[in-house]
Design a protein around this ligand. Structure first.
Ligand code: IVH
Length: 687
């Protein structure tokens, strides 16, 4: 690349972009109130990247472009902390006693007489992540270090710069030197999603958000760290120079946190200045009830004497301040015995191994079942029946087994195996090549998949049964009225009206909706069956290729592979589906119930028989009598294709009211343009 010395215009623009981007990062990560769409942010970001690439001298240490991660490191340099990073005493008594004991101790150390007014405390959350020291010089982040042994930590600046919530430059009038200390953590939802991704890739999952956060910070490749969604909350200070606020005798810890928030540093809103032991207890209880609803893990609360002058008077014992204490909550991870491993079949047919546990109190409830996710996770964790395992239950996330405690086990315990037949319906259980999950192939027949199958079948893009939604499907299945899809078509008004809240009129509507759905297309019907990997497009390709239902059902894997866009995984899935006698039976019963569609003999034989075979149409604007979906279905039933954009290859453009740029383009290219009547005529025309 040729580097040129930046002109003042580029320098000015780069500065503008940096300011705008850092404002938006603050709005997004700290205030959770983005002001511009992601695309605008991305465009500004790319513009700055391009400017800096052309003029490297324009890059500053607070440039947001540093957030994407730099070169791969070969290790982390040790850094001696300017002020040691201490830990706090933990009050293990999780009941009220924990708070009163601390307040009494503080009063004693301060030699307060019994009638002295209550001490003011700042009560905050004890975040379950890892401590980090952020060093800002003249407002710019210059170094980030882990706690290490408290005296010496490691330089993880590159990785920390990728954390969106951490400002690269402080807002406002920053002190000459400000070390901000706080907790780096991962939100529970981000952690779950990260593990889900790892599981899909067949890669190692993380035990809990804390381990995931610690792993991300110690990533040698900052680009990988950048993909691990970390968050940060400040809770204190390290070395500071030139900050008048601290010189004030009346300065408080809560005042420091407010000031940090003003500098644009994330500070958790769940904090309060409280009075005496009663105030501490109130906070402990309030946060205890809120714990599950918080988006991140906490393992307790922290009480700190609020006055900085009193903190100085109290001082330290060895490595712990006398002015602070952590008051714990019951743990979210507990050991217990694994009694058995069961299999649960989910709505989509996925088989999940479930740990049957010796009941254990964890995360506020008694847990006796926990997920083991899939066979690979189970194997990786190496758990076997009889082991002592660690169970985690945090927030409203389903409890899971995160690992086993090391220890002896009798060697006769066999390793767990997945069943060959679905425990619910007896259909074959299969795992796709290279896939992680085992699935029941029973599909429509399997009781566990019933509700999902019915909802999908009735969906707008499938059989389009009007009046059959979530709640009604729950009722129909739970009341035992419907066990199989074909039974839907045997529902009479009388049976339906007996259901709760199912007034006669809506019962009649549903029956009419079912009746209307009987006349459909082969493509819709194939899609409605809910065969794994068969989406709308594949269903259309299958219908077009084979022309008739029986030919699809009897197709070999090789024959299926001849269909456009059908690869080995899809072909196998279709073949296995129709190999199950139950699924064929369901198809037969649906046909017997009166579901029908125009059949032809497939692409090879029937090409000439359809009016629009080989033709591509584009729809634009609103037609007076046909919805977009209807028009599309009619065209496809007539052998045509509907494309999303106009090109020279388009045969006709069908334009309705308020047609837009597609119509202009069609005119430009001199294409044939039809209105609805023209389309209808075309559909009727001889091929
Ligand atoms: S204050 C001198 N406040 O808990 C006091 N620590 O042993 C220094 N932690 O690993 C710590 N939330 O990272 C403080 N609100 C909070 C905290 C907190 C979590 C962690 C901290 C350290 C441990 C303290």
């Amino acid at each position: 690349m040729v580097h040129t010395i930046a002109d003042t215009g580029s320098a000015k623009r780069a500065a503008e972009l940096r300011t705008a981007l850092s404002r938006q990062a603050y709005q997004y990560y700290v205030l959770d109130a983005p002001e511009v769409p992601d695309a605008t942010y991305d465009a500004m970001f790319r513009e700055l990247q391009a400017l800096e690439a052309a003029h490297p001298e324009l890059q500053t240490p607070d440039s947001p472009t540093l957030r994407v991660g730099g070169r791969v490191l070969d290790g982390f340099a040790p850094v001696r902390h300017a002020v040691p990073m201490l830990s706090i005493r933990t009050e293990t008594d999780t009941t009220a006693g924990g708070a009163t004991a601390f307040d009494e101790r503080v009063r004693r150390e301060l030699e307060l007489p019994p009638d002295a007014p209550p001490v003011l405390y700042n009560a905050e959350l004890k975040f379950d992540g890892l401590a980090i020291n952020l060093r800002y010089e003249a407002g710019v982040l210059v170094q980030a270090t882990t706690r290490g042994d408290g005296e010496t930590g490691e330089d993880v600046t590159q990785n920390i710069r990728t954390v969106g919530a951490i400002p690269l430059r402080l807002r406002g009038d920053a002190p000459a030197l400000l070390e901000v200390r706080g907790e780096l953590y991962m939100r529970r939802d981000r952690f779950e999603r990260l593990n889900e991704r790892q599981r899909e890739k067949g890669e190692k999952t993380f035990v809990n958000p804390r381990n995931a956060a610690a792993g991300a910070v110690r990533q040698l490749d900052p680009a990988i760290a950048a993909q691990r969604p970390l968050s940060f909350y400040a809770y204190g200070l390290g070395a500071v120079q030139g900050w008048p606020l601290l010189a004030d005798e009346a300065a408080t810890h809560s005042g420091v946190l407010d000031a940090l928030a003003d500098f644009g540093v994330p500070v958790c809103a769940d904090r309060a200045v409280v009075s005496g032991a009663a105030g501490l207890l109130g906070f402990h209880e309030a946060m205890g009830s809120k714990r599950d609803a918080l988006p991140f893990d906490i393992d307790g609360v922290v009480y700190k004497v609020n006055s900085l002058a009193l903190q100085r008077r109290l001082g330290f014992v060895t490595r712990e301040p006398r002015w602070a204490v952590a008051h714990k909550y019951p743990a979210q991870e507990q050991p217990t015995r694994l009694n058995a491993i069961d299999i649960q079949v989910g709505r989509t047919g996925k088989l999940t191994p479930v740990a049957k546990l010796e009941p254990v109190f964890v995360g506020g409830t008694t847990v006796s079942n926990a997920t083991l996710h899939n066979l690979f996770e189970l194997r990786r964790k190496g758990v076997r029946v009889g082991d002592t395992v660690i169970v985690r239950r945090a927030g409203d996330v389903i409890p899971e087994v995160v690992g086993r405690m090391p220890g002896e086990r009798p060697d006769y315990v066999p390793n767990f195996r997945m069943p060959k037949a679905c425990p619910v319906c007896g259909s074959r259980v299969l795992r796709e090549k290279g896939g992680i999950d085992h699935r029941c192939t029973g599909g429509l027949f399997c009781g566990a998949q019933r509700k999902q199958a019915i909802l999908h079948f009735a969906g707008r893009r499938a059989m389009d049964v009007e009046g059959l939604g979530d709640k009604l499907v729950d009722q129909l299945v739970d009341s035992g009225l419907i066990r199989t899809l074909p039974e839907l078509y045997t529902l009479g008004v009388a049976k339906l009206a007996a259901l709760d809240r199912m007034a006669e009129k809506s019962a009649a509507n549903l029956v009419a909706g079912l009746e209307a759905s009987k006349s459909t297309t082969l493509a819709r019907f194939l899609y409605a069956l809910g065969i794994r990997h068969v989406g709308e497009a594949t269903a259309r390709d299958l219908a077009l290729h084979f022309g008739g239902m029986d030919r699809v059902m009897d197709a070999s894997v090789d024959e299926l592979l001849e269909v456009d866009d059908v690869g080995p995984v899809v072909a196998q899935s279709i073949h296995t589906f129709f190999e199950q006698p139950h699924n064929r039976e369901v198809v037969e019963q649906l046909r017997a119930a009166g579901i029908h569609w125009p059949e032809h003999e497939g692409r090879a034989a029937a090409t000439a028989a359809l009016p629009l075979t080989g033709k591509t149409l584009v729809l634009t604007g609103t037609l007076p009598g046909l919805s977009r979906d209807e028009a599309k279905a009619r065209i496809e039933a007539a052998g045509g294709k509907v494309a999303g954009s106009v090109s020279k290859k388009t045969h006709w453009v069908v334009a309705g009211a308020e047609a837009g740029s597609k119509l202009d383009k069609a005119r430009e290219l001199g294409l044939a343009i039809l209105d609805e009547a023209g389309l209808l005529a075309l559909l009727q025309s001889p091929p």
